[in-house]
Design a binder for this molecule. Structure first.
Ligand code: ZN
Ligand code: FE
Length: 241
């Protein structure tokens, strides 16, 4: 039975995720950087239950709430064994390729950090991709190279178009401004910008999008070579829109 994912806005522009396995009843969070909004969300949506905390990478804006939330709820923390030394204390240290609780799989997706991983739940089509792939954008290459980011994107090629891109930040409006600077006449981008503007004006998250939409409109995911991806990332870094 499927896993469902609900975005939980936090900090100034982060998006963490609340997952529910509708068959087993298990509940998880992904990348909680603080505590209070997650206790409230768990209370409201899951009767206070939290079984697991999935971590994509070690940055504080993704992990800072994990240990206290684990203490308060009894959740167990899981992440990439290769990065255990700089993640919160892991109760379950997995390797890319391993099966995860709630029917998922850990995917090796370096590029933003060396140890960055994503999680794919085929039943429910939920992709937790942290700071690697964003809606209409991609993460900065903080420790990684364009080659690594490019190879991480290729791992997503195997996933179906209906995969929900559950990313780690609410950067969608700024990302779309950059996309539209590249392709000002593209009606797909104009439509996306109007849809996202309406959601944000209503105080709602713009995510998730789908891999189908990203394959159609995300220039970073569409880059044909690592060199093209690097050129795009550098142009985005310099973009003031
Ligand atoms: Zn990060
Ligand atoms: Fe981040």
């Amino acid at each position: 039975m499927p896993v469902t994912a609900t975005p939980i806005p936090c900090l100034s522009d982060n998006t963490a995720w609340l997952l529910r396995d509708t068959a087993s009843g298990e509940v998880a969070l992904c990348d909680p950087p603080e505590v209070a909004p997650f206790l409230a969300a768990l209370e409201q949506r899951a009767g206070g239950r939290c079984d697991w905390i999935f971590l994509t990478h070690h940055h504080g804006d993704h992990v800072a709430g994990a240990e206290e939330l684990a203490r308060r709820t009894g959740a167990r923390i899981l992440g990439n064994a290769a990065d255990a030394s700089r993640l919160p204390r892991l109760d379950l240290a997995l390797r890319p390729g391993d099966a995860t609780p709630m029917g998922g799989r850990m995917l090796d997706t370096p590029g933003h950090t060396r140890g960055h991983v994503s999680y794919w739940f085929a039943d429910g089509a939920v992709l937790l991709c942290g700071d690697v792939l964003f809606a209409y954008g991609c993460g900065r290459f903080i420790e990684g190279t364009a080659e690594e980011m490019f190879s991480s994107f290729r791992r997503f090629d195997a996933l179906p178009g209906n995969a929900l891109v559950c990313c780690g930040h609410e950067y969608t409006e700024a990302n779309l401004r950059f996309c539209r600077s590249l392709r000002p006449e593209d009606p797909v981008l104009a439509e996306a910008a109007a849809r996202v503007a309406a959601l944000r004006a209503a105080g709602r998250p713009s995510v998730p999008t789908t891999l189908w939409e990203e394959r159609r409109a995300n220039p970073f995911l569409r880059a044909a070579t690592p060199a093209e991806l690097l050129r795009l990332r550098e142009a985005k870094n310099a973009f003031r829109g």
